[in-house]
Design a binder for this molecule. Structure first.
Ligand code: NAD
Ligand code: MG
Length: 385
């Protein structure tokens, strides 16, 4: 029986994780849950999965939960301290890190430092502070399994191979809802259109990141830290069918790919159960009715965010934290209707150009760079309006 604590249980990844737990109650028990909002869904999850500890960032939400759950309910913690308590819970064997954004960094790092195994969905953690997180993962000798489908695919394609035999990693990208739109059309894009991903059902922030292809940029940085390879050995191919989830090319020219239907339950389950595989109740991939699997190079002009992420990775130090922060702020501004879709990359460009990257020694420096990136993006938005 593996005991798990889920950070971000009410989100897309959190809910899929709980669906797997519900299918396999003899293998998994939920001991901790956290949510940033959607108390209604959190309460349902508490009733169903009976965790020992629950945490919400807002003290008012915590008070309300305590009253509504009564004396039979679990302990309810609040604030960042509450998230850390869930991430380091003595009873938990594994933490599923599924908060969205840099808000996941502090609790995820706390889990690693507490020696917990981690299933990582929260890519922003590695973007903002990859060097520090991976140093702690190595020092603590924990299991740190990728949930992101691309990284799960690469992890699987690397198994049994030597890193020195790798020529490059090839991340696949669907291209999002605007793969076939012209640059001029992108200027008119509404949040509703940008949120409608053709293949995957995901949270709002990552859906916008997929539409701008910043998601793939963040994944390039994530892959660089997870698999210890530099930017020039990670490439991105557009693959609109989202069947091949990513590939590894070896020095003998051989390419190993991992395939499956686009459902996050598969990579979540593998992160939970590695090295075993779980008998998931998902429709099989019907190879004979698939048709062609196609690949092409991304349009660099249309998807400027992808190039910005490569730039930040090459610049190193605090640059990726600033890229991530400016992106988070710009995406939120786009969703509120404050800026246009194509302004997202312009704002990140301005923030990065203004930034002088510094080396990262401590998580506080990553958090400071994050605040700096948000301020720079805010200034850029104000100057545009
Ligand atoms: P989501 O928006 O659906 O859910 C996010 C969760 O985090 C929710 O439970 C929310 O309440 C919580 N949260 C948000 N802000 C918070 C804060 N400030 N403090 C504490 N909790 C907070 O997001 P998602 O789509 O499930 O994505 C979660 C993470 O997984 C992201 O980093 C994303 O990039 C990554 N990821 C998601 C998918 C996917 O298919 N959804 C795939 C790969 C990677
Ligand atoms: Mg992904």
């Amino acid at each position: 029986m593996k005991k798990i604590s889920i950070l971000g249980s009410t989100g897309s990844i959190g809910v899929s994780t709980l669906e797997i737990v519900a299918e396999l109650p003899e293998r998994y028990r939920v001991v901790g849950l956290t949510a940033g909002n959607n108390l209604l869904r959190l309460k349902e999850q508490i009733r169903r999965f009976r965790p020992l500890l629950v945490a919400v960032p807002d003290p008012e939400d915590a008070r309300r939960l305590r009253t509504e759950l009564g004396s039979d309910g679990p302990e309810v913690a609040e604030g960042v301290e509450g998230l850390i308590a869930c991430a380091t819970l003595a009873e938990a064997d594994m933490i599923v890190s599924a908060i969205v954004g840099v808000a996941g960094l502090v609790p995820t790092m706390a889990a690693v430092e507490a020696g917990k195994d981690v299933a990582l969905a929260n890519k922003e953690t590695l973007v903002a502070a990859g060097s520090l997180v991976m140093e702690a993962v190595t020092r603590k000798k924990i299991r740190f399994h990728p949930v992101d489908s691309e990284h799960s695919a690469i992890f699987q394609a690397l198994e049994g191979h030597r890193l020195e035999d790798v020529r490059q990693l090839i991340l696949t990208a669907s291209g999002g809802p605007f793969l076939n739109s012209g640059l001029a059309q992108l200027k008119q894009v509404t949040p509703e259109a940008a949120l409608a991903h053709p293949n995957w059902s995901m949270g709002r922030k990552i859906s916008i990141d997929s539409a701008t292809m910043m998601n793939k940029g963040l994944e390039v940085i994530e892959a660089s830290w997870l698999f210890s390879l530099p930017a020039d050995r990670i490439s991105v191919h557009i693959h609109p069918q989202s069947i091949i989830h990513s590939m590894v090319e070896y020095i003998d020219g051989s390419i190993i790919a991992q395939m499956g239907i686009p459902d996050m339950k598969t990579p979540i389950a593998y992160a939970l159960s590695y090295p075993e595989r779980l008998p998931l109740r998902l429709p099989p991939l019907d190879l004979c009715s698939l048709g062609a699997l196609t690949f092409s190079a991304p349009d660099k002009e249309k998807f400027a965010c992808l190039g910005l992420a490569y730039e930040a990775l090459r610049a190193g130090g605090t640059a990726p934290a600033v890229l991530n922060a400016a992106n988070e702020l710009a995406v939120a501004a786009f969703l509120k209707g404050e800026i246009g879709f194509t302004d997202i990359s312009v704002i990140i460009r301005l923030a990065l150009d203004d930034h002088h990257p510094e080396p990262l020694h401590h998580i506080d420096e990553a958090l400071r760079a994050d605040r700096w990136g948000r301020d720079a993006a805010r200034r850029a938005i104000d100057s545009m309006n």
